[in-house]
Design a protein around this ligand. Structure first.
Ligand code: BGP
Length: 477
């Protein structure tokens, strides 16, 4: 039996403004969070640090996001390459600080708005549908320094103005929208999603969940507004999803991983898809000393602004148990857990688990029965340019084909999957490590961790592979 992808399946690739555009101070743009994150190992340090100060210090650090891969000036060339692969959809984000440089102005920056007009027009010229993330780790720096990021309720109002501006401006050009990137990653890495580093470990949970509550209200408000301003729009949530496996059959461990999965994978989804806090949140908040300030009207807004579809990133599963020795802790992955003896890992220690994607799709569809889109998935790897200029990334082809195959299985299982945008379809700056050398692309970009490189683009072997996948609607993997 041939397993097929549905007609009209949305094949494409995914990016984020701060990891791609560069031109960090051009066109009237203001600084945002990503502009103050240093490159390389220092980034990993600041991510886990409490009390990060958000100052740029070029004598100490490099800031790769300032140049990124210069999509700002090269978008036409890049979009032509996406079109050559046959993309039906391209996921990108709008940098909030291009539209409102400080985040709290009353009037938007016309030059920033015009830039995305040009990008969307270019995409449509090639019959590529834009899929736009409204907030992808790019909170304007002024909102962080002046207001303390999403801990502060005032951000809902600033976000509302930003969203109204972009919905109104792009209503004829953009149909697919996502509100907050990987919203459930916030308690792990509040700096990225919520724009603050915790003052101390004691305040981390309280501040993170309060920040999340503000984002839930803001997201629901955006969904409602999207439906009013762009009646044919589809507005989705975006989760970082990792199925959680019990290390063994000890019921204590099984219960533990179930609770971990409830909090990590489902709490945010339940709020955004079902429109209410799930039953298990109450006990969890109590036990973690979280007391939410929920204001009048918030729960109604959340109820009325449920999403049209669910999108998520999938890189890895997580294996865990209740009691861990200090050596085991965090051995599994970026998101924690312990080593799974059945899985291999990438050079960055991210465990590779294609079947976990089928499990994720079934878990999400089983719980919500809403259309799903995989909007990030891919292998960060070191690539080598051969003497003849070719880049033979067979490891990436293997990784992606195994994952695409599992999506095909999930569709056979009955899951409604509408699209797939692999992460970093063109090499870009890594979010967690600030490196250029952690490459995901089908398109190689000549740019290196020491800042050298011509920014020239080259097609990798996987470029031709993906082109064939799209041309055969997923039949030839
Ligand atoms: C996700 C982020 C992306 C992206 C990706 C890969 O968490 O949404 O922005 O970067 O992970 O991660 P990294 O770049 O750290 O390898």
């Amino acid at each position: 039996m041939t397993k097929r992808f549905p007609e009209g399946f949305l094949w494409g690739g995914a990016t984020a403004a701060n990891q791609l555009e560069g031109a960090s101070l051009e066109g009237g743009k203001g600084l945002n969070l990503a502009d103050v994150l240093p490159g390389g190992k220092s980034r990993l340090n600041v991510m886990s640090q409490t009390g990060f100060d958000f100052e740029i210090d070029e004598s100490k650090y490099t800031y790769p996001n300032h140049v990124a891969i210069d999509f700002y000036h090269r978008y036409k060339e890049d979009i032509a390459l996406f079109a050559e692969m046959g993309f039906k959809v391209f996921r990108l984000s709008i940098a909030w600080s291009r539209i409102f440089p400080n985040g709290d102005e009353l009037e938007p920056n016309e030059e920033g708005l015009a830039f995305y007009d040009n990008v969307f027009d270019e995409l449509h010229k090639h019959a590529i549908e834009p899929l736009v993330t409204i907030a992808h780790y790019e909170t304007p720096l002024h909102l962080i320094k002046e207001y303390g990021g999403w801990k502060n309720r005032k951000l809902i109002g600033f976000f509302e103005r930003y969203v109204r501006t972009i919905f109104t401006r792009y209503k004829d050009k953009v149909k697919y929208w996502l509100t907050f990137n990987e919203i459930n990653g916030a308690t792990h890495m509040p700096l990225f999603g919520l724009g603050f580093s915790p003052d101390s470990e004691e305040t981390r949970m309280q501040d993170s969940f309060q920040g999340l509550h503000h984002q839930f209200v803001a997201s629901a408000m955006a969904v409602k507004m999207g439906h009013e301003i762009i009646p044919e729009s589809l507005v989705g949530c975006m989760l970082i999803y990792a199925p959680v496996y019990s290390y063994d059959s000890n019921p204590e461990n099984v219960m533990y991983v179930r609770q971990e999965a409830d909090i990590f994978n489902f709490l945010c989804g339940d709020v955004q898809v079902r429109g209410e806090y799930p039953y298990f949140a109450k006990r969890y908040f109590k036990e973690n000393n979280v007391e939410l300030d929920i204001q009048e009207g918030d729960l109604e807004t959340i109820k009325e602004g449920t999403v049209d579809f669910i999108s998520f990133s999938y890189y890895m599963s997580r294996t865990d148990k209740k009691v861990k020795s200090p050596e085991e802790i965090g051995q599994g992955n970026l998101i924690g857990g312990i080593k799974n003896p059945f899985l291999k890992a990438s050079d960055w220690g991210w465990e590779i688990d294609p079947v976990g994607l089928r499990i994720s799709l079934n878990e999400l569809y089983g719980r919500y029965q809403k259309p799903l889109m995989v909007v990030e998935n891919g292998l960060g790897a070191y690539d080598k340019v051969e003497a003849d200029g070719s880049i033979n990334d067979d490891y990436r082809i293997d990784y992606l084909s195994e994952h695409v195959d599992q999506m095909r299985e999930a569709i056979e299982d009955g899951v409604e999957l509408i699209g797939y945008t692999s992460w970093g379809c063109i090499d870009l700056v890594s979010a967690s490590s600030g490196e250029y050398s952690k490459r995901y692309g089908f398109i190689y970009v000549d740019k290196h961790d020491d800042g050298t490189g011509t920014l020239e683009r080259k097609r990798k072997k996987s470029f031709y592979w993906y082109k064939e996948v799209i041309a055969t609607n997923g039949e030839n993997l």
